[in-house]
Design a protein around this ligand. Sequence first.
Ligand SMILES: NC(=O)c1ccc[n+]([C@@H]2O[C@H](COP(=O)([O-])OP(=O)(O)OC[C@H]3O[C@@H](n4cnc5c(N)ncnc54)[C@H](O)[C@@H]3O)[C@@H](O)[C@H]2O)c1
Length: 342
Amino acid sequence: MNILVTGGAGFIGSNLCRLLLEEHPEDQVSVLDALTYAGNLSTIEDLETNERFRFHQGRIEDGAAVRRVLKDDHIEALINCAAETHNDRSLLEAGDFLATNVMGVYELLEVVREMKIPKLVHVSTDEVYGSTATGAFTEESPLKPNTPYSASKAAGDLLCRAYFVSYETPVVVTRGGNTYGPYQYPEKLISFFATRLVEDKKVPVYGEGEQVREWIHVRDHASGIDAALRKGESGQIYNVSDKNERVNKEIVQILLARLGKGDELVKKIPDPRKGAHDMRYSMASEKLRSLGWAPQVPFEEGLGDAIDWYAHHQNWWRPIVAKPEFQAFIKRFYGPGLGEDL
Ligand SMILES: NC(=O)c1ccc[n+]([C@@H]2O[C@H](COP(=O)([O-])OP(=O)(O)OC[C@H]3O[C@@H](n4cnc5c(N)ncnc54)[C@H](O)[C@@H]3O)[C@@H](O)[C@H]2O)c1
């Protein structure tokens, strides 16, 4: 199959490209990526010599650019991993989130409809359901997004539903849990903390670190997206979850132990997200499992390997954290809490 992965120079997209090329020797994989602050060519450097891989720079809101790639590369399926993804950034400025996560998805749906592309998989998130103290969200649970990021993702999901109902556009939505693994932009919990701890810098823990997240390894998230592509039914939504709930403070202890650092590198700070900080995410994923998918990476092993990956791939993340844009964001968001420990 000829597959276009939009956002393929980001964390999940690049790992998905690796999985597609490894697991499906008959697949050709193209990437369209805007190379925003979160997308880097160094993230897909290992793929560029693969003759079944092609890279194109462009935005998903640019219908002409998307059409050109679909036509030139004879694309039969499109997987949309392109998104503005950082909750904390959306609390500072939400405009880019609406442009990519809403208008970009609209543009992809229009192009897929017009060009009769046989399948679109839209990659979404558990955060569209909001937070729950008990139980687990199913695909039927109401959408109650609590941040501009999750609201923009929910809007994209609803557009997918509307295009399926209105035009029978062959679109499948996946909703993944908190994902960890190699090549994650170093501003998300595990990649941010691992890279700071390697540098002996303090890590900011919101409040008592009591938030609960459901973690999944990026390889398992990618195989869930792949299963939805090959076996998922158009118009359906599939949760991609490993049922692996952990309290954030437990994750911090694992990071410290693995990197041989002490509690003195942890700084509790007032929660900058305030009311927008979801306490717990949890999803049921029986629907995707009924298609034969199951996560394969045990959490302790996967997390240990991921932490080691950041310790051993400083050539990947050091140029990113050295960028003025990265430093400016860290200062703006964590500066008030971290103070002189920034
Ligand atoms: N990371 C997680 O924990 C997680 C969990 C569940 C779901 N998701 C979803 O998975 C998807 C991918 O997330 P990620 O963590 O890989 O994100 P990421 O921020 O690492 O990568 C996003 C990629 O999209 C590109 N991009 C951004 N705007 C674009 C545009 N307008 N046009 C083309 N490319 C654009 C960026 O350059 C980047 O390469 C998102 O939809 C996100 O909501 C992520």
